[in-house]
Design a protein around this ligand. Structure first.
Ligand code: AMP
Ligand code: MG
Length: 404
């Protein structure tokens, strides 16, 4: 059996970075992947300005308690015009361009306005106080976003603040989703004897959409090699990747393997992980292929651990981060047989002592999907580990947004 990390490493080595890009206006670019390093065309701030409502002053004019004339006003967007005589100050608002020669801004709370309109100050400020300097945040030419970053709800406003109207993004990748099995029925139809509803098409399509892919739903295939062949060829013509579920084991109705060996180059791996043992990875023509196991829990876990990073690479999302792992204390005992890396479903929280603790969410069979909705993390139990006692340290892997 192949260790999970070796499988992942082999997949990532083969998968290319994308090249196809598209120019989008910022408004349409939410959650897309940036296809170029973005350099700032301007300084931010673009000019020295005031951080406070108050008075722009020159230190040479100031003496504690001495009233000074107000030479004029500066508003955000309406700079001070005219002569700034010696021995006077300028009334200024937050964000207003400071008049040339300003050493500091004194906030209005520290100023006393006299009846004749003059102002005095109780404290003399330091040079530069309450000033925002040109280029302090971003200098013209700085890289503000790297190629491979996601255009999030903080990244896009940043580009807007630089006056950028359009951004180059990688094209969405197209993924064909295929469920296989004579027993499967789509939702909306009554179940016959021995039939079950197709879960995996939902799981896979939903996670793909969260990863920014365009999904082509190929529905359910009966266990018939001729139908497999026909669908795989059709999917290959339309998609950058095909993801199937089911039919990758060695049962009598498991045709994925035979059909793929005929049509393309495919590795069938028995991965040393639980749930999820059988997994196929390869290529049909120019289209990548991932064959997930049929059990809904196994399909989800293998997608999350293997397909998710593969999609990130194929989409150009080079700043993608693997789900975060933390040490935690288990509050319950966990059943585990040595031999495979185990992803049990767990629920973690921080207890009253500030410790991260995790509990199991019940039976862990790969055919039991309901526990997933009660979980917020995987409890990752190392390959060689056996049963775990309550109170032992374990590693948890917190679910990321595709399971949110
Ligand atoms: P297989 O790998 O095709 O032998 O499938 C393993 C188990 O997963 C069987 O119990 C199947 O009925 C079940 N299964 C396969 N595909 C799906 C699906 N799309 N939705 C729900 N269960 C499935
Ligand atoms: Mg099957």
């Amino acid at each position: 059996m192949l260790p999970l990390n070796d499988a992942l490493h082999q997949m990532l080595q083969q998968l290319p970075q994308p090249t196809a890009t598209k120019l989008l206006s910022l408004k349409d670019a939410a959650d897309r992947i940036c296809a170029e390093d973005i350099l700032s065309p301007i300084n931010v701030p673009a000019f020295d300005n005031s951080a406070m409502d108050g008075y722009a002053v020159r230190l040479n004019d100031l003496e504690e308690g001495k009233p000074l004339k107000v030479a004029g006003k500066a508003f955000a967007g309406i700079p001070f015009q005219g002569e700034w005589e010696t021995g006077s100050v300028v009334r200024i608002m937050t964000g207003a361009m400071i008049p040339s020669g300003t050493d500091a801004v004194i906030m209005q709370e520290n100023a006393t306005v006299h009846e004749d309109g003059r102002v005095s100050f109780t404290q003399i400020p330091k040079c530069g106080e309450n000033l925002r300097r040109k280029g302090e945040d971003i200098q013209k030419g700085d890289v503000v976003l790297h190629k491979g970053a996601k255009l999030t709800s903080v990244a896009l406003p940043l580009l807007a603040s630089l006056g950028l109207e359009k951004v180059s993004v990688f094209k969405k990748i197209k993924v064909a989703v295929i469920a296989t099995g004579d027993e499967l029925v789509p939702v909306g139809q009554a179940l016959g004897e021995g039939q079950i509803y197709d879960t995996n098409s939902f799981t896979v399509s939903l996670m793909l959409k969260k990863l920014g892919c365009e999904v082509i739903d190929f529905g359910i295939l009966p266990d018939d090699p001729a139908r497999f062949e026909e669908s795989f060829i059709q999917a290959q013509q339309q998609a950058d990747m095909i993801i199937t579920s089911g039919g990758v084991s060695v049962g009598e109705a498991d045709f994925t393997k035979t059909v793929l060996e005929k049509l393309g180059q495919i590795n069938f791996w028995k991965i040393a992980m639980k749930p999820g043992k059988p997994f196929a990875f390869g290529k049909l023509g120019d289209t990548w292929f991932c064959g997930l196991p049929g059990n809904p829990v196994s399909a989800l876990v293998t997608f999350y651990q293997l397909v998710q990073p593969a999609i990130a690479k194929l989409s150009g999302f080079s700043e993608w981060k693997a789900p975060q792992e933390f040490p935690a204390t288990t509050t319950v005992s966990l059943k585990k047989r040595p031999g495979r890396l185990d992803f049990q479903r767990g629920f973690y929280h921080v207890n009253e002592n500030g410790q991260i603790v995790v509990e199991s969410v019940g039976f862990q069979g790969s055919h039991l999907f309901s526990a997933f909705v009660k979980s917020n993390c995987f409890i990752v139990l190392e390959k060689d580990r056996g049963n775990v006692e309550a109170g032992e340290k374990v590693t948890i892997q917190v679910f990321n947004e595709i399971l949110g």
